[in-house]
Design a binder for this molecule. Sequence first.
Ligand SMILES: Nc1nc2c(ncn2[C@@H]2O[C@H](COP(=O)(O)OP(=O)(O)OP(=O)(O)O)[C@@H](O)[C@H]2O)c(=O)[nH]1
Ligand SMILES: [Mg+2]
Length: 356
Amino acid sequence: MRMKTFRAANSTAAFALVKADLGKDAVILSNKTVTENGSKCCEVVAAVDSVPAAATARTRNDVVEDALHGTAGWQREWSQIKNQIMMLMRPQMDRETITPKQRLALEYLEREDVDDRAMTRIFCELREDADRSIITVLESMVEVKPFQASRWPGVIHAFAGPGGAGKTSSLIRLALREKKSNPKARICLATADGGRGKGRLVLKHYAELSCLAFRELMTRDDFMLLRREADQFDMILIDLPGLPGNTTLEEFTALYGLSTCENLSIHLVLNPYYSQTQFDRFMEKYKSEQLASVIWTKLDETCTFGALLNMAFASGLPISALSYGADLKNSIAPATKDMIWRMLFMRKLPGGDIQP
Ligand SMILES: Nc1nc2c(ncn2[C@@H]2O[C@H](COP(=O)(O)OP(=O)(O)OP(=O)(O)O)[C@@H](O)[C@H]2O)c(=O)[nH]1
Ligand SMILES: [Mg+2]
């Protein structure tokens, strides 16, 4: 076994060094905060088996594991198979077998970029019952769980998602909203985005302005400390960084010790205008038992809203909040189904504006 120590500004940066030097099979043995030249940094000790993997005896399970885990080729192939199935299904989806009203609704959803997978399910349900309205079908496909402290029993919430998706701003706006509706709420803002400077400073600024607690999480130690003081807060909101390269959310949460935290919900922040291929990648990158909802942002910059439906159907995750403007005031709302239907069928944003 080869063991090595790495130091960097935070755990994410240290983990990137581990991966670059020891490869993806490296195991993290420890991850702690140390002081170097008077300032705090992260020290990770990692190890890797010194015998090359190919030289060790491989069982059938190893081979299957390899095939199932993270091989881009396998995912691409599966995606192609799904598309082929959809193409085979298309001729079966004879629109003459549903009522004109149902057909109109389907055509509308198609224009909103609802994908073939979701369309097939909707079509099959409508064909079963000529009296079935489109809304009752969608009701069964889309869950909402509004982002309000009272609706989420767990105290700790982390915001994950691609770079620039709106994680930091959604977190701040939801914290301010919560504080406004319940001025006595004890709210803590925490950042694990230390390496990126700007988000961290913005968060600190709003925490100070609004008299909210603020914590920085550079390593697993910092998160353990925060967990120990969790009962002092009604809500702890953690800003996670956009994950670099092929680092997955599960790797990240394991690194920071978040994966063992039972009262943690992770919210995936997304914009509806990513491509289908990107959504498929995000589903892989951010899959986690702790993933609890999707927050949709930049709805005011969006032309079609089908992605909300596609993602709800593909992931089964509820939608918790809808963000529809860059301003801090009146630009985010805890999600309701009514808001989603209005966006889908009337292009009406939660704030009331109509999208062209
Ligand atoms: N128009 C519009 N802009 C938004 C919305 N939400 C966030 N933004 C803007 O998007 C930009 C990026 O937002 P951030 O909150 O910094 O995004 P982030 O995901 O934290 O970004 P990183 O930390 O760099 O990964 C900022 O300029 C925000 O003002 C929204 O709903 N509508
Ligand atoms: Mg940020």
